[in-house]
Design a protein around this ligand. Structure first.
Ligand code: HEM
Ligand code: HEM
Length: 308
C-alpha cells in the first residue's frame, strides 16, 4: 500500500471536480465560442484573458493541468501498484482525459453542436468517476476492509440496489447535459426535456433513496458503508433544491440582458452537486462489492489478500 499514491489520486480527483466547475462556468456564461480556435486560443498559447475568454481559456488551462496530473497519476500507478485491474484503470483514466480534451476541441471547432457538447459534459462525469474510483481503490480503508457476513438469503443484495442507483443517476446526468445544452440562457428550455429530467429526478430519488436507507437499516454502525450512504442522501436533497432553483432562474434568464450571477451560480452548483451525488454513490457501490459478496463463491474485489 502506498499512502503517497492514495494522496495523489485524491488530489487528481479534487482537481477534476474543480475542472467540472470551471467547465460549467463556461457553459453558464455562454462562453463556449469566446474563441473558435483550437488548440490555440485566437492563435496564441496565452491570449489576453478578457471577457468570456477568461472562462473559456481558463477552462482549457485547468484542463491542461488535470491532463498533466493524470499522466503523472498513471506513471505513479504503473510504478507502485501490483493489482493489474488498478493498473488498467490508471491507463484508462489517461485515455479518458485525452478523449475528453479532443471532444472539447471538437465542440469548439463544430460550434457547440448539442450531441458533442452533451457528450463532453457526460464524459467529464465518467472521468471524474474514474479518478474517484482510483482514490477509493488505493485507500487504506479499502485495503483493510474485510468481508462482512453474507446477507440473508431471499433479500435483494445491497450491491444490486446500489448498482441500480448508479445507473439511474448516470442516465439522469445524460438527461441533464442534454437539457442544459439544448438552449442557451437567452432561450427557453424545451418543456419535454424539462419534464423528462424531472421524471429522472423522481427515479433517482426513489432508487437512491431505497439503496441508501437499506444500507443504513442493514448495516447500522458499519461506517465503511453508512458514511457514503448518508453523504449521498444529503447531497441528493441539496441537488433537488438546486434543480428547482436552476429551473426558476432559467425561466427568467431569457428576459435578462446577459447571463446574470444568480442563474450562473445556481446552474453551476447544480452541475457540481450532480457530480458529487454520482461520486458518493460510486464510493458506496464499490464498497458494497468489496465487503458484501452476493454469494459465498463470488468475492470479486475481495478475492485474495494480494488482489484486494
Ligand atoms: C480534459 C478534460 C476536460 C474536462 C473534464 C472538461 C469538462 C467540462 C465540463 C464539465 C463542462 C461543462 C458542461 C456543462 O456545463 O454542461 C465543459 C464545458 C466546455 N468545455 Fe471542457 N473539459 C475538458 C477539456 C476541454 C478542452 C481541452 C476544451 C478545448 C476547447 C474544452 C472546451 C469546452 C467548452 C467550449 C465548453 C462549453 C460547451 C458549451 O457551452 O456548450 N474542454 N467542459
Ligand atoms: C436527482 C436529482 C438531479 C440530478 C442528479 C440532476 C443533474 C443534473 C445535471 C448533472 C445537469 C447538467 C448536466 C451537465 O450539463 O453536465 C442538470 C441540468 C438541469 N437540471 Fe437537474 N438534476 C436533478 C434534479 C433536477 C430537478 C428536480 C430539477 C427541477 C426542475 C432540475 C432542473 C435542471 C435544469 C433546469 C437544468 C439545466 C440548467 C441549465 O440550463 O443550465 N434538475 N441536472
Amino acid at each position: 500500500m502506498s499512502k503517497g499514491l492514495n494522496r495523489f489520486a485524491i488530489l487528481v480527483a479534487c482537481a477534476t471536480f474543480f475542472l467540472i466547475i470551471a467547465g460549467a462556468l463556461v457553459t453558464s456564461h455562454d462562453a463556449g465560442l469566446a474563441t473558435s480556435d483550437w488548440p490555440l486560443s485566437n492563435g496564441q498559447v496565452f491570449p489576453k484573458m478578457v471577457g468570456n475568454l477568461f472562462w473559456e481559456h481558463g477552462h482549457r488551462m485547468v484542463a491542461t493541468t488535470v491532463g498533466l496530473l493524470t499522466i503523472a497519476l498513471m506513471i505513479y500507478v504503473l510504478r507502485r501498484e501490483k493489482r493489474s485491474w488498478v493498473r488498467k484503470l490508471g491507463v484508462f483514466a489517461l485515455l479518458a482525459v485525452i478523449a475528453q480534451g479532443l471532444l472539447g476541441g471538437l465542440t469548439v471547432k463544430l460550434m457547440l453542436p448539442l450531441a458533442v457538447s452533451a457528450a463532453h459534459a457526460t464524459l467529464a462525469q465518467l472521468f471524474f468517476c474514474t479518478t474517484v474510483s482510483l482514490a477509493v481503490f488505493t485507500s487504506p480503508s479499502w485495503m483493510e476492509a474485510r468481508p462482512l457476513p453474507l446477507e440473508e438469503k431471499g433479500i435483494l443484495p445491497l450491491r444490486y440496489l446500489c448498482t441500480a442507483a448508479l445507473v439511474t443517476i448516470f442516465v439522469q446526468l445524460i438527461l441533464g447535459a442534454t437539457l442544459r445544452h439544448s438552449a442557451t440562457w437567452d432561450h427557453d428550455l424545451p418543456t419535454d426535456l424539462v419534464l423528462t429530467h424531472v421524471g429522472g429526478a423522481l427515479a433517482v430519488t426513489i432508487v437512491l433513496g431505497i439503496a441508501a436507507t437499506t444500507t443504513l437499516r442493514r448495516h447500522k454502525g458499519q461506517t465503511f458503508l453508512t458514511h457514503p450512504a448518508i453523504f449521498a442522501l444529503s447531497l441528493l436533497v441539496v441537488q433537488l433544491f438546486l434543480g428547482l432553483a436552476a429551473y426558476v432562474t432559467r425561466l427568467q434568464s431569457p428576459k435578462d440582458p446577459q447571463p446574470l450571477n444568480p442563474m450562473i451560480g445556481i446552474t453551476v452548483a447544480h452541475v457540481a452537486c450532480g457530480a458529487l451525488v454520482f461520486a458518493t454513490t460510486i464510493v458506496l457501490t464499490l464498497r458494497t462489492y468489496k465487503v458484501l459478496p452476493a454469494s459465498g463463491d463470488a468475492l470479486d474485489f475481495a478475492a485474495s489478500p494480494q488482489e484486494s
